[in-house]
Design a protein around this ligand. Structure first.
Ligand code: SF4
Length: 373
């Protein structure tokens, strides 16, 4: 019987959670206490991966595999990308399980992962990862892909000499498609770092090390005292009698760089508090109340409104661009759209959009800006 993507076993030192365990040795034990819950987004991502896998293995167009037009289009983009890298001479390995245990010295069977696609061509190794979410991921020094590459090396270098290594991220829903080239020396140095991280994680009382990148995806965030202490020290201390005007721009930037993590942390705390309260536990300073009620039509309202107002009982609205993309071919929809300039945003330096000179824009940007949009 085939094992679906959702049913696959996960390694303790999994490639996809490397950002966590390589930054924070305690994260493995902490996450064990808080198993992953399925979200709509993760189920959608799993489905998209299965569509791409079937398309590549069976040589089918994605429209033959799924009725979801948007998913078919995005996965076809990815499939085309993989096939282009593969070319006529490349060898393609889809959903290949690779083990990097040998390099990171994790306990037997604890260091493996399943790489979406691996291509071998002309002494080049390509690691290609399909991301179906909206959170932008960079291929540069990407720990997940580096571990896959290390695993793929042990599998394929006996068959074919490998000289250059390319890491690819293909994220069609947000147009983030990029690659990064590295070499075997870099991979070996990285393997040493990963080995060191494994050693620290296997200590009897592994240390906590809260970091932006490590904590961002950690399931234990709402339960982590180390993170809470760090946020208090790094950010909340600044709020004691703070006079915003007196902060230097460096202070402002330093605090804002923590915004995402702090907001995520508070959201997690809210969810945890809500769950506890709904189970009847009390939280000091909080109470449970009914949500504000809102008026809705009675069962007989439509008929009565129709009688009184006729056609005026209804209003017609145009479908959204996203809805249209589900009903019509993409090029037809794109012919009907224009890109409307929307002012300027202040975003993190790593954002893939090009920086612009705000002084060249004559509009009043202060009234209309988004932070980290
Ligand atoms: S929330 Fe951060 S510090 Fe706490 S266990 Fe997770 S990664 Fe480590």
């Amino acid at each position: 019987m085939d094992i679906t993507h959702a049913e696959r076993a996960h390694a303790v030192f999994s490639a996809s959670s490397a950002e966590k365990w390589m930054n924070c040795p305690a994260s493995i034990n902490m996450e064990k206490k808080h198993p992953q819950s399925k979200s709509q987004a993760s189920e959608e991502g799993t489905r998209a991966h299965e569509v791409a896998e079937t398309a590549l293995l069976q040589g089918l167009p994605t429209t033959d595999i799924t009725d979801d037009k948007e998913m078919a289009r995005h996965t076809q983009d990815y499939v085309d990308y993989v096939m282009e890298i593969c070319g006529v001479d490349g060898k393609l390995f889809t959903e290949e399980r690779v083990s990097y245990n040998y390099a990171i010295e994790a306990p037997e069977g604890d260091g493996f992962g399943t790489c979406d696609n691996i291509v071998l061509e002309n002494n080049n190794l390509h690691i290609i990862d399909f991301k179906y979410g909206h959170g932008e991921v960079s291929p540069v020094e990407n720990k997940q892909l580096l571990l896959y590459a290390i695993g793929a090396l042990s599998l394929f270098s006996p068959l074919q000499p490998i000289e250059r290594v390319f890491l690819h991220i293909h994220q069609p829903r947000i147009g983030n498609i990029g690659s990064w080239e590295t070499d075997l020396n870099y991979l070996m140095d990285f393997a040493e770092q990963a080995k060191e991280a494994v050693k620290l994680a296997l200590e009897p009382n592994p240390k906590f090390n809260p970091t932006e990148t490590g904590c961002k995806w950690c399931r234990a965030r709402a339960h982590c005292k180390a993170l809470s202490d760090q946020i208090e020290k790094d950010v909340l201390d600044d709020f004691d009698d703070v006079d915003v005007e007196s902060l230097s721009l460096d202070d402002v930037a330093r605090i804002l760089l923590k915004k995402d993590l702090v907001l995520k942390f508070f959201k997690d705390l809210e969810q945890r508090a809500y769950g506890a309260a709904m189970q009847g536990q009390s939280l000091k300073g909080f109470k449970v109340v009914k949500k504000k009620s809102r008026a809705i039509w009675t069962d007989s309202a439509e008929a009565e409104l129709q009688e009184k107002l006729g056609e005026d009982a209804y209003k017609k609205t145009l479908i959204t661009i996203t809805e249209a993309k589900k009903k019509l071919p993409l090029d037809e929809v794109l012919d009907l759209t224009i890109k409307k300039e929307n002012g300027l945003d202040l975003v993190l330096e790593g954002d893939r959009r090009h920086a612009v000179d705000p002084l060249e824009y004559s509009e009043n940007i202060e009234d209309d800006f988004d932070l980290f949009a």
